[in-house]
Design a protein around this ligand. Sequence first.
Ligand code: FES
Ligand SMILES: [Fe+2]
Length: 421
Amino acid sequence: MEAPISIVPKTPNSAPLINRKWPEDGGTRIPAWVYSDSDIFNKEMDLFFSGRTWNYVGLACEVPEPGCFKRNWIGTKPVILVRGENDEFYVLENRCAHRGAQVCWKNTGQVKDFTCPYHQWNFALDGTLQGIPFKRGVLGKGGMPADFDPKKHGMRRLRSVNRGGSIWATFAEDAPSFEDYCGPEALAEIDLVMPGKPLKLLGYQRQVINSNWKTYLENLKDPYHATLLHSFYITFGLWRADSVSSNTPTVGGMHSVMTSTNSGKKVTEATAEMARFNDGLTMLDAETVTPRREFNNSRVGGVTLFPSAVLGIQANSLKTRHLIPISPTKHALVFTYYGYEDDDEEMSRLRLKHSNLIGPGGFVSMDDSEMLTQLQNGLSGYPESVGVIEMGGKGVEPVDYMVSEVLIRAFYKFYREMMGL
Ligand code: FES
Ligand SMILES: [Fe+2]
């Protein structure tokens, strides 16, 4: 595993000092207070979401024409993704340069410019301030001072990149390049599912989960649970302990790549330990769990790109998952389903149909949100307790088997270094 890229700001930020001590045997232990402490949460928001990281904002196909916008959040900060007059993309802070009101209140739409509802300051699509009501006062009285420079009071534009139709942004001018930040393994996974051909938006699912944002991040780095908790995965061979698989922490544990292979329904030696394997369970509509073979050759899974994005494929469902922390014990999760413009109608239908496995009511994913809510109760109630992550050993090197907590160990190694814990 390569040395981590430092995402710690070069100038000290306002984050509070953390007065906590990580438990003994640190590499294989997680203190429960990381999931509920508000000082920890505030430092994470500063360091990870507002720091030298790249954050997922949306897909180019969500804003198909000039003036089309999408509202989103990077951590707890509201932002807007908008397509400009010349098809360029801007990511703006969704914050008025006057007094800070949220300018855009809708999730999506198309506009010629943005007008803040409070005192109606008006901004161009690139954030430039272009109009102030009563700028010259009323009846010759009042107005803005002569030395007020509109050029210095636009909506702040973030540094952003477009990779294969996915848009990413950073608050830090001195963040590493997107490519360096991702590293070759994560970049290859993005390029696999977004190879540069036009994407087609298929739909969204959103939910709020009453647990710390890291519980979801860990859930996606935890193939151990996937083979035990999810009846659907196990029974229909979509994700099983005995499938060809890989778990690879990358860039010092910051990101990870987790893959498996759809193997179909079968009984093997391993099914004996999978309490939720149900040989008697059949689907009247088998298509729901039967992918059509395509570019991925039955290889499923994908990349978790720190801090908040997951890209990948399950059956024929292509999606991004975006994690939006709300408070120490609450986060939102947005699934954006997409396909390719050159998909045939049958494939578009299958991509949507297989989204039934994922999302808030998904045959698979609904297990996770319920589980994480229950997990948070155990964590918040006992903040001094300690979790154990020793499945598959104590190391952080990549493994080619499923039943392992290596990605979580590698993540916390990175996390502790960055947080100074
Ligand atoms: S806060 Fe936006 S115009 Fe006053
Ligand atoms: Fe899961």
